[in-house]
Design a protein around this ligand. Sequence first.
Ligand SMILES: Cc1cc2nc3c(=O)[nH]c(=O)nc-3n(C[C@H](O)[C@H](O)[C@H](O)COP(=O)(O)OP(=O)(O)OC[C@H]3O[C@@H](n4cnc5c(N)ncnc54)[C@H](O)[C@@H]3O)c2cc1C
Length: 292
Amino acid sequence: MDCWNASCLAPTTGAAPQTFAAALQFFAAAQCLATERLIPDADVKNFTTFDFIIVGAGTAGCVLANRLSAVPEWNILLIEAGDDAPVEATIPDLDIFIIGTKYDWKYLTAKNGITNGANINESINWPRGKMMGGSSNINNMIYIQGNDQDYQNWVNLDFDEFDFIIVGAGTAGCVLANRLSAVPEWNILLIEAGDDAPVEANVPDLDSFLLGSKYDWNYLTTKNGITNGANINESISWPRGKIMGGSSSINSMIYIQGNDHDFQNWVNLGNAEWSVAESNQCIFREDGVATM
Ligand SMILES: Cc1cc2nc3c(=O)[nH]c(=O)nc-3n(C[C@H](O)[C@H](O)[C@H](O)COP(=O)(O)OP(=O)(O)OC[C@H]3O[C@@H](n4cnc5c(N)ncnc54)[C@H](O)[C@@H]3O)c2cc1C
């Protein structure tokens, strides 16, 4: 792509024409930043396997996909809900033409009784990029180098480093942490919002003592005009474990082996490793599971 970046002669003297000429030159030079070709979509076939699937080709997602793809044998799928970015996305300060369009998720802030009191519904626009490049393609392209002291503060904090950080020590999180820790040289951090589980969590059917307690997130369903019409606010409690072990620590501990037919269906769809025999090896590897 040819870039026009020649110096312009000012048409006349004085601040206004010079500013105008400088602006024209700036936008013309900015065309040099425009990507020559759009990145082609991947031709993803059913049952293709990937080493990493990144949801969101925004600022962080794109950098992550780029860094991971430095390992040639890794197959990476980067999923983005939005379209390719339009040309305005590559020109500084043209974000005003993109905000509120199909390239913007068009969020509105919720009324909170404190901010935006003068606005309709006490709400303002909250733009977020819905396109390749995410919000970095809907921003002003202002770049400011971080403050040296902030970096130094992080150095001074002397952080531990982890190969994996798992948020939520629930059913899935604990199994994942357990499996990853089979590789001795990996350092894994498992973060849980709730406390250690009390003794009731180990006894079948004692979950009723934990529901509604500090070990439960104590969610309530929202009124939807269809269900729970006879309840106060048309809402019922929706327990979820806030505890080591997650919902498996506040559940009834009823265990039912999956239906063979379901496993076989997954095999028939092309997932050879999901057969009953293969899956049972993983299921029975978990301590305490026994057939009756
Ligand atoms: C009351 C009840 C009874 C049930 N009975 C049975 C049963 O008898 N048999 C059965 O097979 N299944 C039962 N289930 C279902 C089963 O327990 C769940 O499907 C399963 O535990 C869900 O696992 P999960 O890993 O997806 O989520 P969870 O196990 O809920 O794990 C999520 C974890 O993430 C943590 N967390 C969330 N946000 C954060 C954050 N920001 N920072 C840190 N941590 C965070 C939570 O505290 C929680 O520990 C029951 C569920 C409930 C609620």
